[in-house]
Design a protein around this ligand. Structure first.
Ligand SMILES: N[C@@H](CCC(=O)N[C@@H](CS)C(=O)NCC(=O)O)C(=O)O
Length: 284
């Protein structure tokens, strides 16, 4: 499937390109942004980081507000920023709230009939988008990793834990760490996956780290202590307690950053640390 180029801007010596394509998984047109560093100009294959955004975001928030382009350019790394849900599919109820439906795909493959034709963000991110990108752009599929924020932090962690050979490493800002036990996650999973809560666990970081014990992983998580969603929705302390109870502290670097909130001001403050975490794995 071909991409249509929507816009192109030179940035930090590289190119920021927005593409549109027709998604088979989501049955609609989708946009995504790719930052290609200058090293990719002559067709040389570069490593890449996928960034999954949070509730209400499009493919633009991270690219425009995180300060990541300068850091990616410094290390010769591509950034891939997809959208957060199918767009323009007009399912009744998909635009009634900011935390469900449009802008809130939660990186799952819906099984409830109402949503299951379009809301397949898990397969879109894990299969369809990489197969298009790595066939058509100079980003090396054997050197990719994944990062995200909030709902996207949940997406990055769960996708990574389930696909540790596809992605070299993971990091997350303010991740929804235990969605089956918070209001955002329960609203999304009950609608997308139905009332049988046992099916929800396959998309819950806390549950997955209890069962996926084989691979040793290296995870960086940052969250702000002044994040208004910390206790009610993100449950990063519960993640930390579970990591400890499992004896997996050496695999998780979970940092509580004093006074920072949920915004992109927080993300832009620590983005260099996250890019460095990925560079170590991508250039190892
Ligand atoms: N309802 C609020 C909160 C949503 C929110 O904080 N979204 C986070 C992700 S969970 C975000 O990245 N918002 C977009 C931005 O800050 O650019 C809003 O619409 O701004």
């Amino acid at each position: 499937m071909a991409f249509t180029e929507i816009s192109r801007n030179k940035a930090f010596g590289g190119q920021l390109v927005k593409y549109k394509h027709s998604s088979e998984e989501l049955q609609c047109d989708m946009n995504f942004n790719v930052f290609l560093p200058k090293e990719a100009a002559n067709g040389q294959q570069v490593p890449g980081i996928y960034f999954l955004s949070g509730l209400t975001c499009t493919e633009d928030n991270f690219i425009q507000k995180s300060g990541a382009l300068a850091e990616a350019a410094k290390h010769g790394i591509a950034l891939i920023a997809p959208d957060t849900s199918p767009r323009g599919v007009s399912i009744e109820g998909d635009s009634d709230s900011w935390d469900f439906g449009t802008g809130a795909g939660f990186y799952v493959d819906a099984t409830e009939p109402k949503w299951s034709k379009n809301y397949r963000m898990y397969s879109y991110i894990v299969k369809e988008l990489p197969s298009l990108i790595h066939n058509q752009l100079p980003v090396d599929e054997s050197r990719i990793s994944i990062m995200g924020h909030s709902m996207g932090g949940h997406g990055a962690l769960t996708i990574y834990i389930k696909n540790p050979t596809k992605f070299k490493t993971v990091s997350a800002f303010s991740p929804i760490s235990n969605p089956i036990n918070c209001p955002w996650g329960q609203k999304a999973f009950s609608n997308y996956l139905g009332s049988d809560e046992s099916t929800w666990k396959q998309y819950d970081t806390l549950e997955l780290i209890k069962t996926h014990l084989n691979e040793k992983i290296d995870v960086l998580v940052d969250v702000g202590t002044a994040d208004g969603f910390l206790e009610s929705q993100l449950k990063v302390s519960t993640l930390q307690e579970t990591v400890k109870a499992l004896g997996r502290e050496s695999e998780f670097n979970i940092r509580f950053q004093e006074g920072y909130d949920h915004s992109y001001f927080f993300i832009s403050t620590f983005i260099a640390d996250h890019i460095n975490h990925h560079v170590k794995a991508l250039k190892a």
